[in-house]
Ligand binder design. Sequence first.
Ligand code: NI
Length: 143
Amino acid sequence: MMSEENVARFSVSANRALLEQFDRMREKKGYQNRSLALADMMRDQITEHQQEVGDEEAAGTVTLVYDHHQPRVQRALTALQHDFGASIVSTLHVHLDHHHCLEVIVVRGRSSEIRVLANRLIGAKGVKHGKFTLTSTGKNLPS
Ligand code: NI
């Protein structure tokens, strides 16, 4: 829990319709009050901003779907993961069907480095779909 001395109060002016939409979203998401919902949105935006402008220590996941019958795709993905071994925490492999594999690669390191790794994995020939999600390690983010 937040201790009272770390809490700052401020008032926010907003368009009435916008506030109604915000309240509907907040209720659907299960936030008990506006402060909790707004604080989460602030953390989310700050994380995104830090990743855009900075080169912070970050963590994330790269999700790949590929057809393992495609020549060389598996070899290319394995080679990349060995090249960037220091940035890779764990890899989960799921055989989706006869053709398709799903791979979720947990990455950690400087955000610029893991972004390069993610782009190369997603851009590898034979990868049908890829998604990179970057998040903070939580260090530079107050609760
Ligand atoms: Ni597979």
